[in-house]
Write a protein that binds this ligand. Structure first.
Ligand SMILES: Cc1ncc(C[n+]2csc(CCOP(=O)(O)OP(=O)(O)O)c2C)c(N)n1
Ligand SMILES: [Mg+2]
Length: 321
């Protein structure tokens, strides 16, 4: 399998290599992800919703760089750190927030919660809580596309911890043998819960790596593996004393924050003023507040809803109790 590591070095991209619209899009996407997740953290602490809550704060450049490099028809599958994936694919923050609240208006009708975001229309195949489970599923999606002769790329994202699951080897072997159009992406954030594996992604490098990976798989050349270095600022989940790293380490990564890098590029190129970017940030915060209001006011899922959109015996009589 072809494999690339991107990007391992510290970089400060003030010189623009993409156009103004692309930087604006990156900025907006990343600010939305950041503000949405900050709000999730607050709401969780206020016990507005339960279950698990794994925040993506710090890792936004991976999704922003990805979304400008793919087609809307491409497929995406990931793990449980997944609130931002539907957002970047264009799902309304209202429906993403409502899912956390277990409401009927949530993307999985309130039955998935924090770890199980799906969106059929936008080809988001979850949201999976079993570490590494999405590796085999991602290859399966790519197999289906190849079998049907469809020209889609599957982006299969997983963590550095998931990369140590046995399933990965079998899946890579099959994906190679069948030359599946799948891009395996390790979101290498240094830690699997508290186990450390070292520098961090900027949005331009991610876009370039994913665009060339898409070309590779669409050209019938088989799978490709990207190891994208990133960093999460918050704990693994909401209850993590973070004894495996120092405050200084986190601060050092924050100095290379991808949102600040894109902001600086926009300002240096006079593509936006400070006031415009602040106004955009403010508008995003408002949108997030509206999403919270929507989620809180939406009705809870009913008991009957339990039997909708799931496999059960009525549909599959050959399944035994
Ligand atoms: C099969 C399985 N084993 C263990 C766990 C418990 N677990 C949840 S998250 C996690 C760490 C995974 O780390 P990584 O793949 O690096 O993803 P990250 O949390 O850094 O995004 C573990 C061990 C699980 N959910 N599933
Ligand atoms: Mg990790």
């Amino acid at each position: 399998m072809s494999s690339k590591t991107a990007p391992a070095k510290k970089s400060t991209p003030k010189v623009a290599t993409f156009d103004k619209a692309t930087y604006h899009r990156w900025f907006k996407e990343m600010v939305m992800m950041r503000r949405f997740e900050e709000k999730c953290g607050q709401l969780y602490t206020m016990q507005k919703f339960g279950g698990f809550c794994h925040l993506y704060i710090g890792q936004e450049a991976v999704l922003a760089g990805m979304v400008t490099a793919i087609r809307p028809t491409d497929r995406l599958i990931t793990g449980y750190r997944d609130h931002c994936h539907p957002l970047v694919l264009g799902v309304s923050p209202k429906n993403v927030m409502a899912e956390l609240y277990g409401k009927l208006s949530g993307t999985s009708k309130g039955k998935g919660g924090s770890m199980h975001y799906f969106d059929k229309e936008r080809n988001l195949f979850g949201g999976h809580g079993i570490v590494g489970g999405q590796i085999g599923l991602g290859a399966g999606i790519a197999f289906a596309d190849k079998y049907r002769g469809e020209d889609h790329a599957t982006l299969c994202m997983f963590g550095d911890g998931a990369a140590r699951q046995g399933m990965l080897h079998e899946t890579f072997n099959m994906a190679m043998t069948w030359k599946l159009p799948v891009i395996f992406i390790i979101e290498n954030n240094n830690y699997a819960m508290g186990t450390s594996v070292e520098r961090t992604s900027n949005v331009q490098a991610v876009h370039e790596a994913i665009a060339s990976a898409c070309e590779h798989v669409r050209g019938g050349n088989g799978p490709i593996l990207l190891d994208i270095r990133t960093y999460r600022y918050k704990g693994h989940s909401m209850s993590d004393p973070q004894k495996y790293r120092t405050k200084e380490e986190v601060e050092e990564y924050k100095r290379q924050d991808p949102i600040e890098q894109v902001r600086e590029t926009l300002l240096k190129n006079k593509w936006a003023t400070e006031a415009e970017l602040d106004a955009l940030d403010e508008a995003v915060r408002k949108e997030v507040e509206e999403a919270v209001k929507f989620a809180e006011e939406s009705p809870m899922a009913t008991a009957e809803e339990l039997y909708n959109d799931v496999y059960h015996q009525k549909d599959y009589p050959f399944i035994m109790d």
